[in-house]
Design a protein around this ligand. Structure first.
Ligand code: F6R
Length: 626
């Protein structure tokens, strides 16, 4: 049966990287914090911590690893007090470690902060604060916030928070406590989710509803730049201009815990597809200075190395491998370099001789895939410098690679990879632009133009995910098919491979991806009346050829779903049975938009068949054995 997604809840749709919980009231804070953090465990994390004001003193306890490690420490050194904040960290700036775990404190150890998001100008702020005499203890971006609030603190914490926020660029959800105010919890957000839970004599904050659902079902979704001041008997919310809001409209949550974890969506996979626009913008923001439209250099090969390059090897598994195949087209087109893409389980038994002019790049969402790691180690054994694209800071791939480009997709929970793939494509394109610039294959004007187009992608992706209900109706009419073919040329063929994998892994419908020009060399024999052929037609130069291929398969009775850009007009609408229009972008960027309807198609086919979408049979999220 098709499942209708639940109403859109803005804050839950956004990327959830770290988990935040906070409380103030009559009850002991620590048990509430630990319970809340355990409700957020499903999203993945690498360390956890709490801060509580105990007998007028701010006390912090934190530990790398599972929440049980933190529980163990709190058993040895219990923290009592009715004001506290807690955090599960998904490492972004700095390795997972005790010291990098949140909460972070100011120099005096009187203000504690938990943070979800990215402070883009943290390096500048850190330099400024160091000049002012602040000694930093962690390598996180968050620590600057605690120091900055202290810097502006002249007795009014809310004012100090406002002033600090004026200096901060980036995204944040913050929980803040101060030892001289043991009855007040502050929080604020911008582009990162934060919800305030409203109770009788106890108030709460959380990055996601499940963390506080056992205490209250009445919540207020903070708007960007609003500051909430929580005390036992109530909550005051101030807008960005410091004016108190009197028109708060709390939301009553009637979901159970399981659907709350999914932000109200029936499955993590749909939630993660809906998060793609934001995953794209976070990844872009982290790798590009969007004011000057220049690429940040962290993780990129230096100019000398880029100029000396002769070959690129990309090695990965599954969806990450498919990202690599799209990346091959992008890199070859942008840089003129020859790019070889290999499945890691194949590469490890036929390693190539690598030399100085080679860039060896592995791609892995989890950073723990055994075959990818083995290929990485083999390349290093041969003396190659290895670059990695991964979503998990501190993962084995991240630790062992010589340089790392992080995707900022946030934790991916559904077994079928979606938002990680789209951000891998973005990074591969950025790498191509960076190399092309350094090798003189592209001038700065052209690079800026392409980066500007990339900046427009999240909005276009948003428009595309919003078509999901139409795809649900399409899938409801086709889910009983026995097989589906995907065809495309160039980058569309590379994308067809991923579209086909998505469908087969979650709906168990047999499907194949073919280079459209190859059909007539054998495969077209399989086309019979009623066969569904999905034709990806987003590459301008190959459009005419694809039109011929569509005619060929329709002449044999196939029913064709054609995916094409809006500007290519209605031609396919006349020759295909159904045309799916997607927003326009340069050819190089089209896979990042065209993949969305493909993921939605797979998702709704699987849902229509009643499959266990998030945990398909025989599959695991992370394949850590050969
Ligand atoms: C499919 C999927 C897998 C992974 C593959 C590699 O949806 O998720 O094919 O892409 O197992 O995993 P990572 O990227 O973690 O190395």
């Amino acid at each position: 049966m098709p499942v209708k997604p639940v109403a859109r809840i803005e804050s839950s749709e956004e990327l959830n990287m770290c988990g935040i919980v906070g409380t103030v009231g009559k009850a002991d804070a620590t048990p509430i914090l630990l319970e809340g953090l355990s409700r957020l465990e499903y999203r993945g994390y690498d360390s956890a911590g709490v801060a509580v004001v105990q007998d007028g003193k701010l006390c912090v306890e934190k530990a790398k690893g599972r929440l049980d490690n933190l529980r163990g420490r709190l058993k040895e050194r219990p923290l009592g007090g009715t004001l506290g904040i807690g955090h599960t960290r998904w490492a972004t700036h700095g390795e997972p470690s005790d010291v990098n775990s949140h909460p972070h404190t100011d120099v005096k150890g009187e203000i504690a902060v938990v943070h979800n998001g990215i402070i883009e100008n943290y390096a500048q702020l850190k330099r400024f604060l160091e000049r002012e005499g602040c000694a930093f203890v962690s390598s996180t971006d968050t620590e600057v916030i605690a120091h900055l609030i202290n810097y502006y603190d002249k007795g009014d914490i809310r004012r100090a928070i406002e002033q600090a926020l004026h200096r901060i660029e980036g995204s944040y959800a913050l929980g803040i406590i101060c030892q001289r105010e043991p009855d007040t919890l502050y929080c604020v957000r911008k582009d990162s989710p934060l919800v305030v839970g409203l109770g009788e004599e106890q108030q709460f904050i959380a990055s996601d509803i499940p963390a506080i659902l056992s205490h209250t079902r009445d919540v207020y979704f903070l708007n960007d730049r609003e500051i909430a001041v929580l005390k036992a008997d109530g909550v005051a919310v101030y807008d960005a201009y410091g004016r108190r809001r009197t028109d708060l409209q709390p939301f009553h949550v009637d979901w159970d815990v399981a659907s709350a974890e999914k932000g109200g969506y029936p499955h993590f996979m749909l939630k993660e597809i809906m998060e793609e626009p934001r995953a794209l913008s976070e990844t872009l923001r982290s790798h590009v200075d969007l004011t000057s439209l220049t690429i940040q250099q962290e993780g990129m090969p230096d100019a000398e190395e880029a100029r000396a390059l002769e070959r690129v090897f990309i090695v990965a598994c599954g969806t990450a491998y498919h990202a690599g195949v799209v990346g091959k087209y992008a890199l070859e087109q942008l840089t003129g370099l020859s790019v070889t893409v290999d499945i890691a389980s194949e590469y490890r038994y036929r390693p190539q001789k690598l030399g100085k002019g080679d860039l060896f790049l592995v791609i892995s969402q989890s950073g723990e895939t055994a075959d990818t790691l083995a290929a990485l180690r083999e390349a290093k054994r041969q003396g190659a410098k290895v670059a990695a694209i991964t979503n998990v800071v501190g993962s084995s791939v991240a630790r062992e690679a010589d340089r790392v480009l992080y995707t900022w997709a946030g934790p991916e929970i559904a077994v079928a990879s979606t938002k990680a793939y789209i951000t891998q494509l973005l990074l591969l394109t950025l790498l191509g632009v960076d190399l092309a610039l350094k090798r003189g294959e592209m001038d700065e004007k052209a690079a800026r133009e392409l980066l500007r187009e990339m900046q427009a992608l999240p909005e276009k992706a948003q428009k595309t995910v919003e078509t999901h209900e139409r795809m649900q109706r399409f899938a409801a009419r086709h889910f009983d098919l026995r097989h589906v073919f995907y065809i495309g040329r160039g980058m569309d063929w590379a994308l067809a491979m991923e579209a086909s994998l998505k469908l087969k892994e979650i709906s168990y419908i047999f499907s194949e991806a073919y280079a459209a020009g190859e059909l007539k060399h054998g495969t077209i024999a399989l086309i019979e009346p009623g066969t569904l052929v999905v034709a990806l037609c987003t590459q301008s130069a190959l459009l005419e050829k694809m039109r011929s291929n569509i005619k060929e398969v329709r002449a044999r009775g196939a029913s064709v779903l054609c995916v094409q850009r809006e500007s290519d007009g209605k031609a396919e609408a006349d020759i295909a049975d159904k045309t799916w229009f997607i927003p326009d972008a340069p050819d190089l960027l089209m896979p990042m938009l065209a993949v969305i309807p493909m993921q939605l198609l797979a998702y709704y086919m699987a849902v229509s068949k009643g499959c266990d979408v998030d945990k398909p049979r025989n599959l695991a999220k992370s394949v850590t054995v050969e």
